[in-house]
Design a protein around this ligand. Structure first.
Ligand code: AMP
Ligand code: ZN
Length: 116
């Protein structure tokens, strides 16, 4: 998978539409097409990083920023108080289907633990 044919690269470049609720120079947050909770967003860096295993030392600031944006979105969309879950699926056993790093931000219902 290269940035040319990667689904999330195409979304971050604006070539494929998404229901975006937040964006800046580093990342986009948009609604998941197949929501698993009343509020289900994907936090997607503009940089093509295939999986969590491919995060480099130079990406530290980006990873921190992702979590700051998660809390910003939670406050702005009104689920900071009730709570939420951030999930990253990594490779096969993790259930990753899109090989461009992303974090699911789920909210709006009581989420079960352990996950399926
Ligand atoms: P994962 O299975 O962790 O790799 O997550 C990929 C997520 O991307 C799934 O929850 C899909 O529903 C979601 N998804 C796939 N295509 C799109 C799209 N075009 N727009 C928004 N979400 C998408
Ligand atoms: Zn990509």
């Amino acid at each position: 998978m290269t940035p040319t044919n990667c689904l999330f690269c195409k979304i971050t470049r604006g070539e494929i539409p998404a229901d975006t609720v937040y964006q800046d120079e580093f990342l986009l947050v948009f609604r998941d097409l197949n929501p698993q909770a009343p509020q289900h967003f994907l936090i997607v860096p503009r940089k093509h990083i295939a999986t969590t295993l491919d995060i480099a030392d130079t990406d530290m600031e980006l990873i921190g920023h992702i979590h700051r944006v998660a809390s910003k979105v939670a406050f702005e969309l009104g689920f900071a108080e009730s709570g939420f879950r951030i999930v990253n699926n990594c490779k096969g056993d993790g259930g990753q289907t899109v090989w461009h790093l992303h974090f699911h931000l789920l909210a709006g219902r009581q989420l079960n633990w352990p996950p399926g």
